[in-house]
Design a protein around this ligand. Structure first.
Ligand SMILES: Nc1nc2c(c(=O)[nH]1)N[C@H]1C(S)=C(S)[C@@H](COP(=O)(O)OP(=O)(O)OC[C@H]3O[C@@H](n4cnc5c(=O)[nH]c(N)nc54)[C@H](O)[C@@H]3O)O[C@H]1N2
Ligand SMILES: Nc1nc2c(c(=O)[nH]1)N[C@H]1C(S)=C(S)[C@@H](COP(=O)(O)OP(=O)(O)OC[C@H]3O[C@@H](n4cnc5c(=O)[nH]c(N)nc54)[C@H](O)[C@@H]3O)O[C@H]1N2
Ligand code: SF4
Ligand SMILES: [Mo]
Length: 697
């Protein structure tokens, strides 16, 4: 037997980039352990890291190009596959125009360096306006807030968790998710550290989450009312004369306009809407503004709702007016070794936003993409620009987009569908051609995106550990080959490592970070805590921060008119839930992650349960406007009264993913409503969906 060897890499499943030490014999993983020397993850990992090996040897993995012939998938060669893909895509575009091909790019792409480098070229070669991704199911309000306030979608502030004295977490559960738009592995330990230095962590969430449980305090909030709370905090800070722009005083515009905008939102109004007492809100405003350092962090729960953009605007504004923006212990901006903002600078460009509106219902396009919520109607509605063919790369919208089954019906009727994926699942089973992707351990690892959101500057790189099965090409190469077929180019461009080597000299740490230095180090290189830098990096035409963008001011009347969408028919509000042992919709085929009791339950408060005659573990029907599901109830006072929670990512039933299907779960997106959207950004409003829960007969 070969001697065990050691391999260092960061895990690429979630955003946390945990450092791993993998021992292997050249063919098989022997162990996956946390890297105690990793300067960011400091020895943290979660159970998913150990499952990295499972995705590689998953018996249901797609490992050869598969073409659908008479309704069944048959294996074909790579050459045949590339030719078939290019020919069908070109035929559709010749017959119906460029926009007849839609593209959906899923979440794993954000964690795959080669895909990030090559997908823009594929998209450009297709030349279609019909582009979608998981971003509008997730985070587009953050980008829209940053575009309008700072001039660049990726100038997104990150909480300086390592130094803050006071952290308010609104709609995030980092103890489970390990942070989002905030790469913060081992968040539980980080909370302990804040508390140990005398600091406070306040969680605002309709569920008493794992994070809330460990926080200094937690307040239930009614879904989708966060903007009332945040504007009231701003209102109280203005009233009490606690505004202090600190070092940003010379570069901030719109302070008076902001003050005027928040005038109608006092603590009493917020108390009525949120359910949090007015005195608590006033005290929170005072404590936040007077803390030595403080940071407000609003995430998924505050983004994937009807007022997502107002929430992200208010969140930035709170940090700015209290002197906690670009300041130690507040919200700061990373200076990564590979400077994504610099590489995609918008300086000197005159743009108006939103850049376009969608054909059927006029929803906004940001970052070159339309909201996922309009993809179904763009497939269904005939006329010029109708989507007749789809390309999905690492995406599963049938399970992850609102009203996913409507998307499924659209996919079924397409003239052609191509998927680059690792599974035949609820989405890819509709493809005419599936091209196998490579998984983490078969690829180089450089995290271009999440170094940009990390609570500490570090830089790590790993080469591929194993070869792909069947001598398959790397996934980046598959994308590059498709692009070459479409453009007629006779080469596919440099490999990701060569590109990385060429890009690092333009980053912030060219003196210390090169591919050689990263390889030699193995463990990521520590580049230190976050540093103030925003004034030099602002990308607005006047290099100033806009505290009161017109597009956001115009949305305030809609907020003032808000009423919780409950009705007699649908009296409860549904929210989502993330779980430690699953990641979105694709890790559920790892036995070590899914084993144990079924975790796909609808949680509801004991008061609601008693009123409805529902006992713990009872079988119930959950019903909303777009569909209904049957599942097990979990009665728990973790839930705020009137709110129910269902985990996202489950419900694999129509693919070939054997283990996942055996678990017998449902998809929350059979219930979420694609007509619920934040109209400013186009983000799906997954939270606060009106539903009814009743005992199954
Ligand atoms: N109701 C509700 N819906 C949600 C959410 C929620 O909180 N509530 N969360 C939303 C969020 S934040 C996100 S990011 C989206 C995610 O939405 P998606 O990106 O659509 O979903 P994923 O489950 O991440 O999709 C993974 C797909 O990529 C494939 N895959 C996995 N690894 C690889 C690989 O290495 N290569 C290739 N080619 N394919 C691979 C999987 O088989 C699967 O088809 O879901 C959103 N949907
Ligand atoms: N284990 C695990 N980790 C993950 C993922 C995963 O699937 N599994 N997915 C990854 C991805 S793609 C992402 S984007 C991140 C997301 O990371 P987080 O933002 O931390 O995501 P969630 O755990 O969905 O947290 C959202 C919280 O908002 C609360 N919430 C719902 N509605 C409202 C509301 O109206 N107001 C308020 N204040 N709160 C509300 C929910 O109860 C929940 O606690 O996680 C990443 N990490
Ligand atoms: S927390 Fe995220 S990055 Fe860390 S080991 Fe788990 S899945 Fe991987
Ligand atoms: Mo996400």
């Amino acid at each position: 037997m070969t001697q065990p060897m050691t391999h260092h890499r960061s895990c690429n499943i979630c955003e946390a980039m945990c450092g791993l030490i993998i021992t292997h014999d050249g063919d098989t993983v022997l162990s996956v352990k946390p890297d105690p020397d990793d300067p960011l993850s400091r020895g943290h990992i979660c159970p998913k890291a150990v499952a990295l090996q499972d995705f590689r040897v998953d018996p249901d993995r797609v490992t050869r190009p598969l073409k659908k012939v008479d309704g069944a998938f048959v294996e074909i060669s790579w050459e045949e596959a590339y030719d078939f893909a290019a020919q069908r895509l070109q035929e559709v575009q010749q017959a119906h125009g460029k926009d007849a091909v839609g593209v959906y790019l899923g979440n794993p792409n954000a964690h795959k360096f080669g895909n990030l480098l090559n997908l823009p070229r594929l998209v450009k070669a297709l030349g279609t306006v019909n582009r979608y991704s998981s971003a509008t199911a997730d985070q587009i309000p953050h980008h829209v807030a940053s575009i309008h306030m700072m001039g660049h979608p990726m100038l997104i502030p990150v909480p300086d968790v390592e130094r803050t004295d006071f952290m308010v977490i609104i709609g995030g559960n980092p103890l489970v998710s390990n942070g989002s738009m905030m790469t913060a592995p081992g968040f539980g330990k980080r909370m302990d550290e804040i508390k140990a230095r005398g600091g406070r962590v306040v969680v605002i969430d309709p569920r008493r989450t794992e994070t809330a449980e460990k926080a200094t305090e937690h307040h239930f909030i009614k879904p989708e009312t966060d903007a009332f709370l945040m504007f009231a905090l701003l209102h109280e800070i203005f009233e009490a004369d606690l505004v202090d722009l600190a070092t940003l005083a010379g570069v901030v515009d719109g302070l008076e306009a902001l003050k005027k905008a928040v005038a109608p939102f006092d603590a009493d109004k917020a108390a009525e809407m949120t359910g949090i007492p007015a005195d608590t809100i006033r005290q929170l405003a005072h404590d936040f503004a007077t803390a030595k350092s403080a940071v407000c962090y609003a995430r998924m729960g505050a983004s994937t709702q009807s007022f997502g953009t107002l929430c992200q605007w208010a969140n930035n504004a709170l940090n700015i007016v209290t002197g906690n923006f670009d300041s130690e212990g507040g919200a700061m901006f990373t200076t990564p070794a590979l400077d994504y903002v610099g590489m995609t600078s918008r300086r000197g460009q005159v743009r108006s936003y939103p850049e376009k509106r969608s054909r059927v219902s006029g929803q906004p396009l940001y970052n070159g993409e339309f909201p996922i919520s309009v993809m179904a109607e763009e497939m269904e509605t005939s006329g010029e620009g109708q989507i007749k063919a789809m390309v999905t790369v690492a995406g599963n919208p049938v399970l992850t987009a609102p009203n996913g089954r409507r998307i499924e019906e659209g996919l079924e009727k397409l003239d052609f569908m191509l998927s680059v994926d690792i599974h035949i699942n609820d989405t890819t089973r509709h493809a005419d051609l599936i091209l196998p992707g490579t998984v983490a351990l078969e690829e180089v690892m450089y995290d271009m995106v999440f170094h940009t959101f990390a609570v500490r500057n570090t830089s790590g790189f790993a080469p591929a550990l194993f070869d792909p099965p069947n001598q398959n090409p790397q996934e980046w190469e598959v994308i590059a080959q498709l692009t070459a077929r479409l453009t007629g180019a006779n080469s596919i461009g440099p490999d990701p490592t060569t590109t990385l080597g060429a890009l690092l000299p333009n980053g912030y740490h060219a003196d210390r970070v090169s591919v050689d230095a990263l390889l030699k180090s193995g463990t990521p290189i520590d580049l230190g805590p976050l540093v103030a830098n925003l004034k030099d990096r602002l990308e607005t035409p006047d290099k100033r921060i806009n505290l009161a963008p017109q597009a956001f001011l115009e949305d305030l009347p809609r907020l003032l008119e808000f009423e919780p969408p409950v009705t007699d028919e649908f009296p409860l509000l549904m929210i989502g839930r993330r779980q430690v042992r699953s990641h979105n919709s694709w890790t559920q085929n790892s036995l070590r992650l899914v084993k144990g009791k079924n975790r796909c339950t609808v949680q509801l408060n004991p008061v609601d349960a008693a009123r409805l005659g529902i006992e713990d573990e009872a079988n119930v029907i959950v019903e909303g406007r777009v569909g209904s599901v049957e599942m097990a109830a979990e009665v728990t006072d973790e839930m705020a009264p009137g709110v129910v929670s269902i985990p996202q990512g489950w419900g694999q039933k129509n693919g070939k993913i054997g283990i996942a299907r055996d678990v017998g779960t449902i998809s929350i997106n059979d219930l979420t409503d694609d007509s619920r959207i934040d109209p400013v950004s186009g983000n799906a409003a997954f939270n606060g969906v009106p539903v009814a829960v009743k005992l199954a007969s």
